[in-house]
Design a protein around this ligand. Structure first.
Ligand code: GDU
Length: 344
């Protein structure tokens, strides 16, 4: 299915901008961007100056602004969210307002406006969540799946979700922080060296959303298989790339409500998942509330799977992390700047 017109909620973020660029290059007719920050929109508008892109100032918490931005599009990529673990921990109700109620607005608007495909972006932190950010994203998944179950397969709108791990070099995340610390000669602050995270380049998260758009059946949730690394190896890889073997590293301890490792899919979800090569399709449980019917007719199932998490997934060694970092244009340009500064 070709994409002709799209709304990206949270369209000025790292994901939104990369997705937007790809869509414009692929010849999309129209892209609507809905976000709150006029300055970021203005910067993007000036950078692109492309008449196919229409900017809408608004907030997904407000259904009216969602409706306005969504009018006349075929597809919606719902990326707007409060996504930082510590800030959601301190302001959980804000996470409820944006990630849960805001997502309900997006889902309902997509159904009412008969958008063909809605893809909601979630995170591994939504699986067996322990922090407010993950809990609110888990609720977003539930809202999307409940709506999918309610409207059924014959509806005009197909609703799906994607779940991914840490996007490398995304705004406010640890890789740009570590690089800044190296460049400013400050100690690299490590929470817990043994912590693991799935590492995903931004291009893979964009590809995952495209995959969901192209393959989703009602209520599907897609995951891209990914590799993981410890924070210790990530730090060592950066130290080696920047050529600073003696750079100080300081262990600062865990932040609020962090996990030692993240889970992309639970054993229970994997039991009915479809392996699609690089991707996994977690299918909607389409049973209704009338469980009695399934007690007599349902099949017995034995869960023989493990959870799929960043401690038991493919582990990158230091060389592997370095190669992945070097595949990111942002890191290459940071290294170039560093090389020039070092040579001067
Ligand atoms: O100074 C720091 C900050 C973080 N970390 C560690 O680095 C890892 C990554 O931290 P980030 O803050 O980059 O990412 P989080 O895992 O906390 O969460 C991120 O990844 C999520 C997906 O799992 C969401 O995308 C979310 O928006 C994004 O903030 C964690 O193990 C964290 O403990 C450090 O060692 N030192």
């Amino acid at each position: 299915m070709a994409i002709s017109s799209v709304l990206i909620t949270g369209g000025t973020g790292s994901f939104g901008k990369t997705m937007l660029k790809g869509l414009l290059e692929a010849g999309v007719e129209r892209v609507h961007i809905l976000s709150r920050d006029e300055e970021k929109q203005d910067a993007l508008r000036n950078q692109l100056s492309d008449p196919r892109v229409k900017f809408y100032i608004g907030d997904i918490r407000d259904r009216t602004s969602v409706d306005r931005a969504m009018a006349g599009v075929d597809a919606v990529f719902h990326a707007a969210a409060l996504k930082q673990v510590p800030s959601c921990e301190f302001f959980p109700l804000e996470a409820v307002r944006t990630n849960i109620i805001g997502s309900e607005n997006v889902v309902r608007a997509a159904i009412d406006l008969k958008v063909k495909s809605l893809v909601c972006l979630s995170t591994d932190k939504a699986v067996m969540p322990i922090n407010a950010m993950g809990l609110s994203k888990a609720m977003m998944e539930k809202i999307a799946q409940a709506a999918a179950r309610e409207i059924g397969r014959s509806a005009a709108t197909t609703i799906s979700c994607v779940r991914y791990g840490n996007v490398m070099y995304s705004r406010g995340s640890v890789i740009p922080l570590f690089i800044r610390q190296i460049k400013q000669g400050l100690p690299i602050t490590v929470t817990e060296p043994k912590m693991t995270r799935f590492l995903m380049p931004l291009r893979d998260s964009v590809a995952l959303v495209r995959f969901a758009f192209e393959n989703a059946r009602q209520g599907d949730l897609f995951i891209k298989k990914a590799a993981a690394s410890t924070i210790a190896d990530l730090v060592q890889a950066l130290i080696e790339l920047f050529g600073v073997p003696d750079h100080p590293v300081k262990v600062i301890g865990w932040r609020h409500a962090e996990k030692l490792y993240e889970t992309l899919a639970s054993a229970q979800e994997l039991a009915s998942a479809q392996d699609m090569g690089d991707y996994l399709r977690l299918q909607l449980d389409e049973r209704d509330l009338n469980y009695a019917a399934f007690v007599s007719e349902g099949e017995e199932s034995t869960v023989t799977f493990d959870d799929y998490h960043s401690h038991n997934a493919e582990q990158l060694d230091i060389e592997g992390v370095k190669a992945l970092l070097l595949s990111l244009p942002e890191v290459r340009s940071e290294l170039e700047g560093w090389g020039k500064a070092a040579a001067a």
